[in-house]
Design a protein around this ligand. Structure first.
Ligand code: S3P
Length: 192
């Protein structure tokens, strides 16, 4: 996006996004379907930071899709690669990092994110998540069962871990830009 449009977006948002400077990566965590990648891209744009999707980086590093990694090597192997990729991304410059839904559940990854980054939990109700994950069927954890049941179960198990994030933002009905603005507000409050 060109600078003029970026500036307009910041102005229109009324949030003076560019006022927020961060010296650490902003790391989005939360369940599948909550919008970590889409919102993360908008957020990075508003803050004039780069955006990186950890799942894409894992796929690039393995030269395989996540579904193929799960199928051929299993979940533990995937988690190990995920931990290493996220560690590498965190060491890089401050940027916005979207993580896969299970990343923050791994103790080592969570500790690193909490120590070196600003962890933002994006939360949404189950209806919203189900509606969104049903748009594509590439997620291995949703392949063998009912998405609503699996997501309800994952929320019960994972929410106590996500709750350890520095900041929590609930998913809004409406444009992803608004959620990105909510994240900026929440980080500002957390920093103050
Ligand atoms: C997973 C979520 C996925 C991906 C993998 C496992 C999970 O990412 O990392 O399929 O354990 O919740 P998204 O949250 O981006 O869908």
């Amino acid at each position: 996006m060109n600078e003029k449009r970026k500036a307009t977006e910041n102005y229109v948002s009324g949030n003076r996004a560019s006022d927020l400077t961060v010296d650490k990566p902003i790391i989005l965590v939360g369940l599948m379907g909550v919008g970590k990648s889409t919102v993360g891209r908008r957020l990075a744009n508003m803050l004039k930071l780069d955006f990186v999707d950890a799942d894409n980086e894992i796929e690039k590093a393995a030269a395989m899709s996540i579904a193929e990694i799960f199928e051929e090597f299993g979940e533990d192997y995937f988690r190990d690669g995920e931990r290493r990729v996220i560690a590498r991304l965190i060491e890089d410059r401050p940027q916005v990092i979207a993580t896969g839904g299970g990343a923050f559940i791994n103790e080592e990854t969570r500790a690193l994110i909490l120590k070196r980054g600003i962890a933002v939990w994006l939360d949404a109700d189950t209806d919203t998540l189900v509606e969104r994950v049903n748009r594509r069927n590439t997620r291995p954890l949703l392949r063998n069962g009912n998405a609503r049941e699996i997501l309800t179960d994952l929320a019960a198990k994972r929410n106590p871990f996500y709750a350890k994030a520095h900041v929590k933002v609930a998913s809004q009905v409406g444009p992803h830009n608004r959620m990105a603005q909510e994240i900026i507000k929440a980080i500002r409050i957390w920093k103050s």
